[in-house]
Design a binder for this molecule. Sequence first.
Ligand code: NAP
Length: 243
Amino acid sequence: MKILILGGTTEARELANRLVGDGHDVITSLAGRTQDPILPKGRLRMGRFGGIPGLSAYLRAAGIERLVDATHPYAGQMSINAVAASNASGVRLVRLMRAPWVPAPGQHWTVVGSTREAADALPSNATALLTTGHAGLDDFMGREDCRFLVRVIEAPPEPLPAHAELITSRPPYQLADEIALMQRHGITHLVSKNSGGGQTAAKLEAAAQLSVRVVMIERPIYGPAHEVDTVEAALNALGSDIS
Ligand code: NAP
């Protein structure tokens, strides 16, 4: 079967490797944002499609039989495009998306819709660990009455202002290290996206143990699709007559 995987995640890479191993013709599409990404087996396509018309045209021209949206839960535009292009082209879609995290028993999260709302939710004098990536950093930097520890994989292009400190590091993160980091910096608030998965979940457990308040930015809405949350379930869905 000829399968296009919209990638950019560990799960997308694992799925591609498994499908290639099973003899399928797999093309993984990457947006091309990450320098030096770990590449999956199979064929690669780098760069944008040009919205819903571009993706629909590609699906038809390349003779794609199944489309898998295995993008990050916060790549909302691509997931919206996948639903619309599947409908327009008749190519069936499976969405592979990690299950969201849920608060630990007794833990309360402030759930917000955007980085702007997350920044507004912080009280004066908060010391916040920001784990939300580059997008929306300006919303937080405008809060000069707070201090920020900004943890990112790759440093942003512009230097941060004096009330923010940058650390670059790469998951996975361990609970003991997350606790030590939060204690060392006197963190009062953790700002996170609800990415799900195990690689970065320890920060939530650390926050629960240290009574650090959690401001959680909720996932975007993408529209209806046949959705699974594990690579195994995606393989089953692709093997069956999904609709
Ligand atoms: P986005 O806002 O949903 O996408 C913006 C545009 O980038 C899309 O409309 C599409 O352009 C292009 N695009 C996105 N993913 C693509 C893909 N896999 N292949 C080809 N084109 C793609 O996405 P984003 O948040 O910028 O994320 C970009 C990529 O990074 C995604 O593949 C995602 O899996 C990965 N990623 C994102 C995050 C995150 O937090 N957002 C975290 C880890 C990895 P056209 O409309 O022109 O086709």
